[in-house]
Design a protein around this ligand. Structure first.
Ligand SMILES: [Zn+2]
Length: 293
């Protein structure tokens, strides 16, 4: 069981890169086409890694930084905008898995008067969210043990690419966390625009493999938006999806292979370099970091 999406052991080396001083190997699954790190090789597959090391390595500190909060704020506004267009009724109960500093949950409270809960393993981020009165859990196990019932909407922004068992985790959301007719909102880096290769990114999703991982778990994508919010006007760095449990999902679902991934990656990275060269101010938007010190 090697591939994070289909479980196949058939793979070839796709890229060797370095991230935060650690050498990484990305494989491509010969069966489904997913680009991934081997669970056996990657230190990011270890849950303990996330408790402290992750934030330290990524941000050189454990506390939420002004830059990080600004990015979360912009992402949250964008997600709320998407939902306003696609939801018929306001979600009463909302769960955010990987809730970080709780910025999105605050927006849910403000925009939809939702009852909110967050799951966040990072101690300092969880404490930050709790300070604004948001109920937070440190793990999925703690949430499930707390008898919270089911939710109208579950969000997973920039989480799926970190998971070693994405299909299993998504199945658990359908079985244990979503009400009938509930919505899964998710966002991942887009392999056809975003660097994607990072120590903690176990899988690199394309629009195709994102659809497939959801389908394998019994979800159906009802919306897929490619966009650069809040970092770029020209590069579709992120994939945002709205998914619902699919009534016809029973038994084994045949995998549809992602084709020409290497070719599409090369073309999209060439496009990215050209945009950066000719339209640098649109390709990368500035982050107005407020210096709080
Ligand atoms: Zn596979």
């Amino acid at each position: 069981m090697d591939c994070l999406l289909c479980g196949s052991d058939q793979k070839r080396i796709f890229a060797r890169v370095e991230s935060f001083g650690f050498p990484l190997v990305y494989y491509q699954c010969e069966n489904c086409g997913l680009i991934y790190q081997s669970k056996k090789e990657s230190r990011a597959a270890n849950p303990e890694f996330y408790r402290r090391t992750y934030r330290q390595i990524y941000q050189s500190c454990e506390e939420p930084t002004p830059k990080d909060l600004w990015v979360q704020e912009q992402r949250a506004k964008h997600l709320i905008d998407i939902l306003r267009h696609h939801l018929e009724i306001s979600p009463e109960k909302v769960l955010d898995i990987g809730a970080s500093a709780g910025v999105l949950l605050q927006q849910f409270r403000k925009s939809f008067s939702s009852d909110v809960v967050g799951v966040e393993p990072g101690d300092a981020y969880r404490a930050y969210a709790e300070e604004s009165g948001i109920e937070m859990k440190e793990s999925m196990e703690a949430l499930l043990a707390s008898d919270h019932g089911k939710f109208d909407l579950v969000n997973m922004s920039h989480v799926l690419e970190h998971l070693a068992e994405p299909v299993e985790e998504l199945k658990r959301i359908i079985l244990e966390l979503l009400k009938d007719g509930g919505i899964l909102l998710l966002e991942v880096p887009n392999f056809f625009a975003h660097d994607s290769y990072e120590l903690a990114h176990l899988a690199c999703y394309t629009p195709h493999t994102l659809r497939e991982v959801l389908r394998q778990a019994g979800f159906r994508l009802v919306l897929l938006e490619k966009h650069g919010v809040p970092r770029s006007k020209l590069l579709n760095l992120y994939l945002t999806g709205i998914a619902k449990a699919s009534p016809e999902a029973h038994g084994t679902i045949e995998i549809k292979k992602d084709r020409f991934v290497g070719f599409k990656r090369n073309v999209s990275m060439l496009y990215r370099r050209l945009m950066q060269k000719f339209f640098p101010h649109k390709a990368w938007l500035p982050i107005p970091v407020i210096d709080q010190k």
